[in-house]
Design a protein around this ligand. Structure first.
Ligand code: SF4
Length: 349
């Protein structure tokens, strides 16, 4: 079987063997696979906006938004639809093709859903791809989001099933897989990845990638995050990941999921330009762009463009050039929003 065939039956022994290769051999293999499916000098650019920040009931040990830890993070209620659309328009103006909206929830409530759906419709009408991360979804919610035009749903597996219980106790691995199954069933694309630097072993990194690659279909988008250590979270004092081990994980992700966009995600601000360029060589071909990545810093957009220019990289165009900008649809979404119960009132949350 060729190294680039899409497989869903990876074993731990095989993936361990990939990780154990000499660094140059692994990078060569990953870059060879990458070139069979992608233009190596194109990187997809997304913008991420936190639409509801903090006070999350989950206990993810890495997350400053968890209500279980005191990180001094300023909590924010669900943003007004109009403000979200304004941010999306700005993201489009600086070259983003996908707009990701994240809410710190266990799951969206029935009361929140109409606003969330309006956001999807409005952002879609701007001609951007839409992505949301809202926590666990039930079948009805996934269908409603798909009907509103949501392209991607982000729900990370975070780590291997074996290590997972050390990081999160309020939501099971099985629940995460169930949400991903509902997202597929509703016909949306999946964005799912994990975080490195939480004290996991190399086998846990392999275990995470095996879970993702052995799904019935590979996630279209695979964010690989480097832990951003935030004071007040239980992982604030974790040891740094060796930068080469981080690059190795990107390379293995590229080999296991040859057609997926592998995203260099949180933690990019801590990486120097040399490390970022190695990440692109390993097959990473997507980044978040803009000033904030949910609640942690992200390199300035112009700095990213300068690096792209120095490396001869171009931002990838939208996958589907479907919609022109439907100004009427945006206006309609805003009118509907103004005429309805207007904005979410945190006091009644
Ligand atoms: S990672 Fe998501 S689910 Fe977990 S605490 Fe943070 S916002 Fe909540």
């Amino acid at each position: 079987m060729s190294a680039t065939a899409l497989r869903h039956d990876w074993t731990l022994a095989e993936v361990r063997a990939l990780f154990q290769q000499p660094f140059n051999d692994l990078l060569f293999q990953a870059q060879s696979v990458h070139r069979q499916h992608f233009d190596p000098n194109r990187v997809q650019v997304s913008t991420l906006l936190s639409i509801k920040t903090g006070a999350c009931p989950e206990d993810c040990k890495y997350c400053p938004q968890s209500g279980h830890y005191n990180t001094g993070l300023e909590k924010e209620k669900l943003m007004e639809v109009q403000k979200v659309l304004e941010a999306a328009a700005e993201a489009k103006a600086i070259g983003s093709t996908r707009f990701c909206m994240g809410a710190a929830w266990k799951h969206p409530s029935a009361k929140d859903m109409p606003y969330v759906l309006q956001m999807v419709q409005g952002v879609k009408a701007l001609g951007l791809e839409t992505c949301m991360t809202l926590g666990r979804l039930d079948q009805e919610q996934t269908r409603a989001l798909a009907d509103a035009g949501l392209d991607y749903y982000n729900h990370n597996l975070d780590t291997s099933p074996e290590f997972y219980g050390n990081i999160i106790t309020t939501r099971t691995y099985g629940e995460r897989l169930q949400t991903l199954a509902y997202v597929r069933e509703a016909g949306m694309k999946i964005c799912s990845g994990g975080i490195l630097g939480m004290g996991e072993s190399v086998d846990d990194r392999a275990g995470l990638l095996i879970q993702l690659a052995n799904l019935p279909e590979h996630p279209e988008s695979v964010p690989i995050n480097m832990l951003v250590k935030v004071q007040g979270t239980p992982l604030a004092e974790e040891k740094d990941v060796d930068p080469f081990d981080f690059i190795r994980t990107l390379a293995v992700a590229r080999i296991l999921m040859p057609k997926s966009h592998v995203r260099l995600s949180a933690g990019r601000e801590q990486m120097n330009e040399q490390m970022q360029s190695l990440a692109f060589l390993a097959g990473a071909n997507s980044i978040f762009y803009g000033e904030k990545l949910l609640t942690t810093g992200n390199p300035q957009a112009d700095k990213d463009m300068q690096l792209f220019a120095r490396l001869g990289i171009q931002p990838e165009a939208r996958e589907e050039h479907a919609d022109e900008v439907h100004q009427a649809a945006i206006e309609q979404a805003l009118v509907e929003q103004r005429n309805s119960e207007l904005f979410y009132d945190a006091a009644t949350a």
